[in-house]
Design a binder for this molecule. Sequence first.
Ligand code: NDP
Length: 394
Amino acid sequence: MFDILKSELTRRTLLYKAGFGFMALGVAGAVGTILRPMRTLAQAGPASTKEPPLPPDKKLGWAIVGLGKFATQQIIPSFGECKRSKLVALVSGDRAKAEQYAQQYGVNPKNIYNYQNFDSIRNNPEVDVIYIILPNGLHAEYSIRAAQAGKHIMCEKPMAINVEECQAMINAAKKSDRKLMIAYRAQYEPYNLAAIELAQSGKLGKLKAIVSDHGRNLDPKDPADRWRANKKLAGGGSLYDIGIYALNATRYITGEEPQEISAMMYSTPGDPRFGEVEENVNFMLRFPSGVLANCTSSYGYADTKRIQVFGADATLELDPATDYYQHRLTIKRKDGNEERNIEEKNQFALEIDHLSESIIQNKQPKTPGEEGLQDVRLMQLIYEAARTGKTIKV
Ligand code: NDP
């Protein structure tokens, strides 16, 4: 992965090392070396360059449940880049919308379901996997119904509202002998994989600290943000929605589980968005190796998705770290900064194909239900630490 554009990387490194930071930006920007060209997801590289795609009749058939913003803008279009997965069915409360997407993406209208007749999907042999992209409060119910229909399950993050729901989902998948994967896309995304490799291989020296900030300004005018202010549908506030990326990152970067948690929470008084769910949560985690993590999660500050990893020899910065595309990875050492330029790939296609591949090979996916359960368990402890003001031992 690191061989990609090595010569360009060397040039960048030299420019930084020469101490020509701003001058280099201007000069090199003009010849297109330092300034990254704007890329859309559609222009990102194919999901996997190594493996040839399966013939269409061998690809696993996927059904999408909930045709909202994320499903229609990111997931459904990504099937075009999948090598092991194809879109074959849609589940929606809005028939007209479902018909429109079915026509656009070549889904047979007989494979459109609603929430009432969803269970009859068990009789459809074209559907192998059901992907739940509903508000968080509905993840458990539809994942369990999908398992009972004999289908494999992909479920969006956060896995569910509480630990009991997560466990019930895991049990239902086990009982039906189906795979259950949580859609932690960052764990399939090349820049995050490079950060994991750098952190865990010792290339930054002994890890000391992680700082991660994930937040955005909740927009009550956006229909996709309305249910996020409703405790029953969202489960929690910024932490459940976006702070979860910071929490999950501390775990995949270290490869460890936290042992101690402390936290503080604050919501702007009188802000109608935060009557039921929290605006800001800052939390600290201590890992067994001694790494301390310091994370912020917000529904009040402007778009931020970054991870910093502090090692004894170097600091790694991913910013943006968990965007849909256009990531940036910088390694800072005493003798200069190095920017890694890694080929962007469609992380949605990668994670979808990962589950299909896990099913074909009968392997546990990399981010199974247990991974989602652990984050929900830790988020509940973060809330408890914030409420009580006590440091909690996990
Ligand atoms: P949206 O509100 O845009 O979509 C949710 C869809 O669920 C609706 O469009 C609707 O689809 C269906 N739905 C069924 N019942 C309800 C209900 N009671 N209230 C609202 N919608 C309902 O939300 P998002 O697409 O932003 O989020 C959906 C899920 O995806 C969440 O779990 C979220 O955390 C996750 N997500 C993950 C991201 C990632 O990067 N991994 C990014 C964004 C979201 P229909 O009209 O077809 O029935």
